[in-house]
Design a binder for this molecule. Sequence first.
Ligand code: GLA
Length: 382
Amino acid sequence: MEYIVEAHKKEYGEEPLLIVRAPGRVNLIGDHTDYNDGYVFPMAIEKYIWVAVSKRKDSYVRFYSIDHEDRKRINLQNLRYKKEDRWANYCKGVLNVFNNRGYKIGGINTTITGNIPEGAGLSSSAALEVATAFSLKNVFNLDISKVEMASYTQEAENKFVGVHCGIMDQFISILGKKGNAMFLDTRTLKYRYVPFNFKHVKILITNSNVPRGLVESEYNDRKRDCERCLEVLKEKKRGSALRDYDLSDLGDIMGMLPEVTRKKCIHVVEENQRVLKSEEAIKRGDLVMFGKLMNRSHESLRDLYEVSCPELDWLVKRAWETEGVYGSRMTGAGFGGCTVTLIEEKSIPVYEKRIQQYERIFGFTPEIYISEPTDGVEVVKN
Ligand code: GLA
């Protein structure tokens, strides 16, 4: 913590008013369901973005990223998306939403650092949005609930950055709880904490380190496919999201739209069911069942939703072959990023050995992180 305080003092010649910390996330199961009003089952991880903030007297906002050794200065009256502003667009997007919604905010100086790997599908951008929003709430004493904050930060990403993501990443970064995974219904925003604490069993995240070039356009394409399919379904039967339909409804529209599109929706419908079953399995302590559901989820993301890649498939297969692994799947948007594996602690060295050939085959160095579920955003220093 001293580190960010010192950097802030050096940069701006003043003490930060407060420091906010927002976690990244890993999704245990339920991918590509959140923008379809579906169910997800994520947890916040012990990797964070920290933002130190102090107030200014004018309407300027200064961002200083320690990790990028980069500085931006913008006027609150003139917030526009600029490609060259890269990471700062996430912060600007949040300022923009707060402005548009009529919250009284003024200029601030910010210093940012973090240890969530970027572009790895662990939601470093959502954490940055959330840390920015929570800083504003606390510095300007804004009356905003946590659930509202999740919607605002999602809106920043949808409308300002232009990625049509669902609400999962921002929601869990705000409302995560130590020792618990979260079951979230993205239609009603009702959520339940599910204790996720099993002796000798670890949640292991493997970063494929595959550069994720196409993820945004592919992501938006998938979303459009789901919307098209929903339109066709609606002509047959009333409903407002894919979760209102079942496999037999999807059978009825066979031939009415391209098969690749229909397959995507089979994934969504079945993945929602898997999330419901997962919550039950975890509550019963049935890790074997939960692991099987994780594996089916991976196959579906690979074969039906088509968002996996050879590197992720390879890592998942090595995990499946390892004794002591309950389940393993790609997690998040896909096209690179991470896998998540539920594994007996004693089997971790065996898994590490099994993936040793990864770098030779694919040319990227994999990284392993182990995390317990952690708390959502908080002020860590006043
Ligand atoms: C990204 C998005 C989320 C979600 C996942 C896929 O992380 O930001 O909203 O759609 O992909 O489940």
